[in-house]
Design a protein around this ligand. Structure first.
Ligand code: ADP
Ligand code: MG
Length: 234
């Protein structure tokens, strides 16, 4: 289980997260939503142990999140972090050599499913196919926590659709928890069980998506449009 205990994160003068107190359930797909700059990437980096809290603690299965936690966390960065001179297969081989929980058979199935050419150089791929490669290497790990930072941003609808289908087919929610960030909630609405809505580094809502629908009679994207539009008028 992932716990944020009164966590704040400051970068020099900028407060990226403020007093976040949160317990994320296991075996769910959780969306962290919010506008650009609201603190979404910072939340994921704190869980992955890539940055440290300025205040409070982030616990992953009771242990403070630090780099060592990397074995439990498969983290898909918003950046393009692979080696462009590698082929798709070399990228998979490299990741398999880095993580003991890497499942080569699953990688092969996903490459097939995503219709990627194993011998193609990563740098020659379209943006959509590079996004698919990132998904393959992230989801081929048997890590209990899968963190994905904006995996769909800037991709066209067909690519988004195949990535969402890949996610559904290759994640095992009986053993894994997925946390996915987005600033365009309608992309992933159908996928989410829970939602953490951030605004200027603070949590303004943590809810079950179904409950939000039944209690407020709004879809997540309708709800978000209202909340964020209200903010803009203040
Ligand atoms: P999001 O992912 O929602 O766009 P981030 O977590 O990346 O938000 O950033 C939250 C805030 O913290 C933003 O105002 C951003 O400019 C700032 N920030 C993020 N990383 C750094 C950093 N390394 N140094 C200084 N400020 C940062
Ligand atoms: Mg971000």
């Amino acid at each position: 289980m992932i716990r944020f205990e009164n966590v704040s994160k400051r970068y020099l003068t900028k407060t990226a997260l403020m007093d976040v107190d949160l317990e994320l359930p296991e075996g769910k797909i959780i969306g962290v939503i919010g506008e650009n700059g609201s603190g979404k990437s910072t939340m994921l980096k704190l869980i992955a142990g890539l940055v440290r809290p300025s205040k409070g603690r982030v616990l992953v299965d009771g242990e403070p999140a630090q780099r060592r936690i990397a074995r439990k966390v498969a983290y898909l960065s918003e950046l393009e972090t692979y080696y462009p001179i590698f082929t798709v297969q070399e990228t998979v081989d490299y990741c398999a050599s880095q993580f003991t929980d890497f499942d080569r058979e699953r990688a092969r199935e996903m490459i097939d499913f995503m219709r990627l050419e194993p011998t193609a150089k990563v740098k020659s791929l379209s943006k959509g196919n590079r996004g698919r490669v990132k998904l393959v290497v992230t989801l081929s790990r048997n890590a209990p926590y899968i963190l994905m930072d904006e995996p769909l941003s800037g991709l066209d609808p067909i690519v988004r659709d195949s990535i969402i289908k890949g996610l559904i087919s290759f994640v095992d929610l009986s053993k894994q928890t997925v946390i996915i960030t987005t600033h365009e909630v309608n992309e992933v609405e159908s996928l989410l069980d829970q939602v953490v809505a951030l605004r200027d580094g603070e949590i303004i809502k943590f809810a079950d998506v179904e409950e939000l629908r039944s209690n407020e009679r709004l879809s997540l994207s309708e709800w978000m449009t209202r909340v964020y539009a209200g903010h803009a008028c203040k």
